[in-house]
Design a protein around this ligand. Sequence first.
Ligand code: CUA
Length: 316
Amino acid sequence: MFGDLLENIFMTPASEDSESIRQLFGYFLWTAAVVMAVVTGLVVYYSIKYKAKPGQGEPEQRHTHKGLEVSILAGVTVVMGLFFYLTIDTMLSVQAAPAPGQQPDLVITGHQWWWEGSYPKSGVVVANEIHIPTGKRLLLELRSGDVIHDWWVPELGRKMDAIPGKPNQLWMEARRPGTYLGACSEFCGAQHAWMRIQVIAQSPQDFAAWEKAQLKTPAAIYQTELIKNGEVLFQQKTCANCHTIAATEAQANIGPNLSHLASRKTLLTGILKNNPENLAKWLDNPQAVKPGAHMPNFRFNKKELASLVAYLNSLK
Ligand code: CUA
């Protein structure tokens, strides 16, 4: 627990931006720590030194010490000025303006309560598990589909609001491959705490392979009758009114894109591991798993549930 806390405060930056943010935070933290230690020390020292003694009467009054006052004020002004400069300097480097007309590499849209990631250059669309190539400073565009959310993956860069009707831009980079965790950091309703982010950074080759796999048509893999029934049910039970599955009639954009659902590691921004049992649990009673989520309970019977799970699980 304590170890986790330290890890979170002193996280290992995986980009130049988060490195400079951490450095700035460190300057503030250590300066504040020194000031607090000095002030506390002086209070304790003088409390003991000038403690009233029995029969002492009214203590002698001391008057201002001009030299000391001026030097304290001057010292504070210099420190504040220095911090102002360091803050502006960091802001300018982490939020550098993109080249005129530069297109985003990744468009992130916050929804209650999940993240949509779309890659305009390739056309890939994913949910919650966002893959990126390492070693490239990516330009992100932040949007919202409903209320204000806030994208924050501390190891990869700064945070940025996703505001309805006003796209924001943000740089993100990962130096090393790995899975980087983040969370929505603007209260956005019942499941705000479960609006987690996973950024999966891969070497450029691995990323290219992943992107290629995502572009493959997921349909037409109806190896079994069960899967085929599931596909029919998906259209009949109006799942198709909210979700997209590439190369089928399901082309709606209200809920997460399910084209390659089975290739994801988790469900529901990380609440559950992605496996057939958990998928069945979710479809059987969504409100029990993620209360408030905009996924209705369709009251599927056991057979329907099994078909749908088999179908969705085939979407690799
Ligand atoms: Cu989205 Cu908080």
